[in-house]
Each structure stands twice: as structure tokens, then as C-alpha cells.
Design a protein around this ligand. Structure first.
Ligand code: NAG
Ligand code: NAG
Ligand code: NAG
Ligand code: NAG
Ligand code: NAG
Length: 365
């Protein structure tokens, strides 16, 4: 908010509501009123009061006093920051959802380049209007909303962003273990929701693949090639007694079944918290939740050719050639480290931020 805007309400108050010097020459009392002791005291008090109020008076975008109240309440003179701090998930969802459906991701500041890359690929499928970024820290909340108002929300508490970077760390576990809570909240508000990790790229529109009226849609993280007509049921458990379904791409309808899976996922995360020895992420808990709710919930495994794991797409060029034209979302996993992921995306022509950042609603970051 520029400083000249600050001047205006003060100017208006002084000239229009509390005229200090009478403009009418008829007023013969003028000198005695102005230099009268009581008047001077009153005038000084008024100036002091205005001086105190002045820093807190701002011009909100949507009408005087409607939102300036929240900024003075939080003691933050920066109107836009306090506005976004107060922005709730239900407001954000109502503003952003299209066809009662949201596309969400959860990112901390370090992941902003990946967010932008993912967004550009979604713009190309014309689904970006439905994207809601769950910001895990305040810099992310402010940066996204500054460029793209309303498309980021922070569900408190904010994470300390330093802790959340390293895959396999406790910070990373804490960061990802909030995911089922966020998704459950969105379901409770009544929306369909697609969750994506931001190290993904869309090559086509995934929505036509969400066939039928199932509760939960997901993809397999196993790299073994399956026939094109593979079953859409939950696959059989693997070596560790559980499946390897990816928690990276999930579509949920706001049904009792989908909510049950999210609640079970939260329980499983609490039952098997992070430990130094296991260095778990949130994916095993998601798989146990699917295993334990499979009888009560309508689950749907998406086609491998459309939603391949990185362990297949980036490692089996023969398969990629054979399934050409069927790929919908590519996941840059089975590799760790920002630099390695970026290099691999570049090698495959999927790092769009270098040359196409103008297509993103966030522009160049
Ligand atoms: C709207 O959502 C329904 C089900 O959630 C889906 O079947 C339909 O294709 C969607 N329509 C558009 C225009 O995206
Ligand atoms: C207010 O917040 C916005 C959004 O984070 C930021 O761009 C701007 O620089 C801030 N202004 C001041 C005066 O701090
Ligand atoms: C992760 O969460 C646990 C439990 O809430 C907490 O004790 C720990 O300090 C957190 N660690 C990090 C690195 O965020
Ligand atoms: C897939 O196709 C093969 C050969 O056409 C067939 O034998 C198999 O039963 C099919 N599998 C499913 C799950 O439909
Ligand atoms: C759940 O896991 C157990 C233990 O590995 C397994 O025996 C069972 O078949 C699984 N259930 C489903 C529905 O996958």
C-alpha cells in the first residue's frame, strides 16, 4: 500500500468531517475559537488521537472498514499479508473450486520452482482455475497470492520451512503427514479433490480417466510392467505385506468411503510415527489405510500407461515407446534431490519453467 493512499483518509477526515478552519468568511468568531484555550486542548487531543489511529487506517480493496479491521486486529499494518493470513480453507475452496472440484498440492518455499513447472503443465490442460496451493509456510502463501490472488491458503500452524526439505527426515515426515488432514477437511466441505505432488507434470487431461463413481482413485508406484487391460482393483500386497500405491496422486469424492480412508491414514501415521531407523514417509501409512478399509470402500486403480511411476517412465524407454500417446501424468520419483530431479526433467523436455514461465499464473519466480 503506497504512502499517498495513507494520506487520503486523514485529508478527508480533516477537511470534510472536522473542518479546523472555517471556510466561510461570515464567521466572525474565527480568531476567538481558534485561540481559545479549550479549543486548543481539544484540537491537540484530536491530532494525538488521529496520530495514533493513522498507521492503522488503510484503504481496503473491498470497501472501507470491512477488511481493515482484521489488519488492525492482528497489529499488522501490511494489509495484503494480514488478509491472506486470515484467509480460510473454506473461503479458498469456495473461490477456487470449479464443478465442485479442487486440484490441490502442498508446498513449502523450496518447492516453488516445481510448483511453477507443475502449474504450467496444468494451464496447458485448462484446469489451473481449480488449483489451490496449500502453502506450508508464510513466504509461499504471500508469494503465490501476490501473483495469483486467492489461489494459496495456509492451514495453521505453518511449518518451519528449513525442517521440511530433506526426503526421509523427520521434518519431511511431519510435512507430508498433514496431507490426509488437509484432504479430509476439503472432503468435509463437500468438494471432490485431486491431490498431486508438485514433482509431477501433466501431459494430458486426467479427468476423463476418473471413470465411474468410485470413492478413491490412485496409481501404482511399482515399476513392473502390467498389461494394458490390467485390473482396476487394489493390487495384491508386495514383499512388505502391503501394496505400493503412490500417495502422490489421489482423487477423492466427498463420500463416506473416501473420508474413512483419510481417517484411517491419519490413524496409521499416528500408530507408526517417524523414527531414525525407519525414516518413513507417509506412503506406507496410506497403503495400510487402503488395506484395512478395502472391504468398505470403493477403490479404483488408475491405468498404468496413463499414470506411470517414475521408476517405469524414466527407466524403461521400450515401454515408453510402446505406450506412446497414452501418458497423462508423469511423476519424477525414484530419484532424490532437487538438482537431480530438475536435471532429469530437463533431459526429458519436462522442465517447462526455463522457457515457458510466462504461461504460468505465477510468472517467473
Ligand atoms: C464435473 O464433475 C463430474 C463428476 O464429478 C464429471 O463427471 C464431469 O465430467 C465434470 N464436468 C466437467 C465439465 O469437468
Ligand atoms: C506487504 O505484503 C506483500 C505481500 O507479501 C509484500 O509484497 C509487500 O512488500 C509488503 N509491504 C510492506 C510495506 O511490507
Ligand atoms: C515433528 O513432529 C514431532 C511431533 O509433533 C515433533 O516433536 C518434532 O519436533 C517435529 N520435528 C520437525 C523436524 O519438524
Ligand atoms: C486382458 O487381456 C488378456 C488377453 O486378451 C486376457 O486374457 C485377460 O483376461 C484380460 N485381463 C483383464 C483383467 O481383463
Ligand atoms: C492386507 O494385508 C494383509 C497382510 O499383508 C494381507 O494378507 C491382505 O490380503 C491385505 N488385504 C487386502 C485387501 O489387500
Amino acid at each position: 500500500m503506497s504512502s499517498f493512499l495513507h494520506q487520503r483518509p486523514l485529508h478527508n477526515i480533516l477537511t470534510d468531517q472536522y473542518p479546523l478552519s472555517p471556510r466561510s468568511p461570515q464567521n466572525s468568531q474565527k480568531p476567538s475559537i481558534l485561540f481559545n484555550r479549550t479549543s486548543l486542548v481539544l484540537l491537540l487531543s484530536l491530532l494525538i488521537v488521529l496520530g495514533i489511529l493513522f498507521p492503522w487506517i488503510q484503504i481496503p480493496q473491498g470497501g472501507l472498514f470491512s477488511s481493515s479491521i482484521s489488519s488492525s486486529r492482528s497489529g499488522n499494518p501490511n494489509f495484503s499479508e494480514s488478509k491472506w493470513r486470515a484467509y480460510t480453507l473454506s473461503e479458498a475452496a469456495a473461490n477456487v473450486a470449479k464443478n465442485n472440484t479442487l486440484i490441490v498440492c502442498a508446498v513449502s518455499e523450496a518447492y516453488l520452482p516445481f510448483l511453477n513447472n507443475w502449474l504450467i503443465s496444468i494451464v496447458r490442460q485448462k484446469h489451473h482455475d481449480q488449483v489451490l496451493v496449500i502453502a506450508e509456510d508464510y513466504p509461499t502463501l504471500f508469494k503465490v497470492n501476490q501473483k495469483w490472488p486467492g489461489h494459496a491458503v495456509l492451514i495453521p500452524p505453518a511449518l518451519e520451512s528449513q525442517a521440511a526439505h530433506k526426503f526421509g527426515s523427520q521434518g519431511f515426515f511431519n510435512f507430508t503427514s498433514r496431507r490426509p488432514r488437509h484432504l479430509l477437511q476439503i472432503l468435509e466441505l463437500g468438494y471432490n479433490v485431486m491431490y498431486n505432488d508438485v514433482d509431477m507434470v501433466w501431459l494430458a487431461d486426467p479427468f476423463p480417466h476418473l471413470q465411474g463413481e468410485h470413492d478413491v482413485y490412485f496409481t501404482d508406484d511399482m515399476a513392473a510392467v502390467k498389461p494394458l487391460n490390467h485390473s482396476h482393483d487394489l493390487p495384491p500386497p508386495g514383499k512388505k505385506g502391503r501394496t505400493y500405491i503412490c500417495s502422490c496422486m489421489i482423487f477423492l469424492r466427498p463420500t463416506g468411503g473416501a473420508k474413512l480412508v483419510m481417517k484411517k491414514w491419519i490413524e496409521e501415521l499416528q500408530a507408526q510415527p517417524w523414527s531414525k531407523a525407519k525414516k518413513a514417509n507417509d506412503q506406507p501409512a496410506f497403503n495400510w489405510a487402503l488395506n484395512k478399509t478395502a472391504g468398505q470402500v470403493d477403490l479404483y486403480l488408475l491405468p498404468q500407461a496413463a499414470f506411470p511411476t517414475g521408476g517405469l517412465y524414466f527407466k524403461n524407454p521400450t515401454w515408453v515407446q510402446e505406450t506412446k500417446g497414452r501418458h497423462v501424468i508423469i511423476h519424477n520419483n525414484y530419484i532424490t534431490g532437487f538438482e537431480k530431479k530438475i536435471k532429469r526433467f530437463r533431459d526429458y523436455g519436462l522442465w517447462l519453467v526455463d522457457d515457458h514461465s510466462l504461461e504460468s499464473p505465477l510468472g517467473r519466480l
